[in-house]
Design a protein around this ligand. Structure first.
Ligand code: F6P
Length: 347
């Protein structure tokens, strides 16, 4: 541990939609930075807004204690994208300049940006401006390119699976078809995993185009086979008319075609709330501690990642603007098909 490393001053921010495990990651970065490397740690409020407005607090070790199990983020978050021009008068264009100015004014040596795909894109652009940036991938959607898994996902799978379990008993009692809508605009990881874990009969995800006919036939076949209730798990991003939710559209279509009583549930933000699962606490802690090590080693312009359960880094320029989607030939999908689960795309 050299003196030059000891004197480093770093920033941390959380950006984009929140998820369980953000505080565990902040704690992982901060404690490692302070305890192992003697760095000074600033926490920026509300994502990139904190960097634009120099709105921050100093995080001492004491502030990092007791937050491991807390949901949300102690730093707050926002969907602020400093490179996206939205104002008519052009005042937006000074945001990146402000960030660069504040970075130097505050004497920062690095900033850790915890977020999803959008955050990694911004992180890359800032690193191209010459700032030392490290990304940490989070999201319940599990769709950050370059890593096998993001924290937040495991907790959300637990919450969604618990909801599906509860729907089973009420579906059974009333002999109904139950539709549950799970988050995921582009990626169906959460619907797929919770659908499989919850024993869904039909699982519809954005990556696999479905036909309503196939879904209806599956429900009718179950009915004929004396399985009068069915669970249909749908990702919010599947093809559906935009004036209603995916769940409402599928529920109405099934009931109209089959005459079987059908009900829908949109799980919504419950999926993103509350305390992180033990696996997410561990993953976020590993990512956080590793990000601090990367700073100490000067490994910048990178996102920390997990590949085959090993920590590694990937260049931010490879990550920005891409999504990690479910592949149709994923082993889990092939296995589920063999067990009779319908993805709405095959007879
Ligand atoms: O965090 C990802 C995500 O949960 C998506 O699955 C969801 O569609 C989106 O965020 C909605 O978040 P918000 O309403 O905060 O933009």
């Amino acid at each position: 541990m050299g003196n030059s490393v000891k004197s480093k001053k770093i920033g941390i921010l959380t950006a984009g939609g929140d998820c369980p495990g953000l505080n565990a990651a902040i704690r992982g970065v901060g404690k490692t930075a302070i305890v192992q490397y003697g760095m000074q740690v600033l926490g920026f409020n509300a994502g990139f807004l904190g960097l634009i407005n120099a709105d921050y607090i100093e995080l001492k070790e004491a502030q990092l204690s007791g937050i491991l199990t807390l949901g949300g983020t102690i730093l707050g978050t926002s969907r602020e994208k400093p490179y996206k021009l939205v104002s008519e008068d052009g005042s937006d264009k000074h945001k990146p300049e402000k960030i660069i100015e504040n970075y130097h004014k505050l004497g920062l040596d690095a900033v850790v940006c915890i977020g999803g795909n959008g955050t990694m894109k911004t992180a890359h652009l800032l690193s191209q401006e010459g700032l030392n940036i490290i990304g940490i991938p989070k999201t319940i959607d599990n769709d950050v390119w370059g890593t096998d898994v993001t924290f937040g996902f495991d907790s959300a799978v637990q919450i969604a699976t618990d909801a599906i379990d509860r729907l089973h008993t009420t579906a059974n009692s009333h002999q109904r078809v139950m539709i549950i809508e799970i988050m995921g605009h582009n990626a169906g990881w959460l619907a797929l995993y919770s659908g499989i874990a919850g024993g869904g009969d039909v699982i519809l995800i954005p990556e696999l185009p479905y036909s309503l006919d196939t879904v209806i036939k599956k429900i009718e076949k179950r009915y004929e086979d004396k399985k009068p209730y069915s669970i249909v798990v749908v990702a919010e991003g599947i093809e559906h008319p935009k004036n209603q939710s995916a769940a409402t559209y599928i529920a109405k279509s099934i009931e109209a075609a089959t005459g079987i009583e059908t009900r829908e549930t949109v799980l919504g933000y419950i999926q993103r709330g509350g305390s992180p699962s033990p696996m997410d606490r561990i993953l976020a802690t590993r990512y956080g501690a590793f990000a601090a090590e990367c700073i100490a080693e000067g490994n910048f312009g990178t996102m920390v990642a997990i590949k085959k359960n090993k920590l590694t880094t990937v260049p931010l320029e490879e990550v920005g603007g891409k999504l990690r989607l479910v592949k149709p030939d994923l082993g889990l999908i092939l296995k589920a098909r063999k067990m009779g689960v319908s993805f709405g795309d095959e007879e």
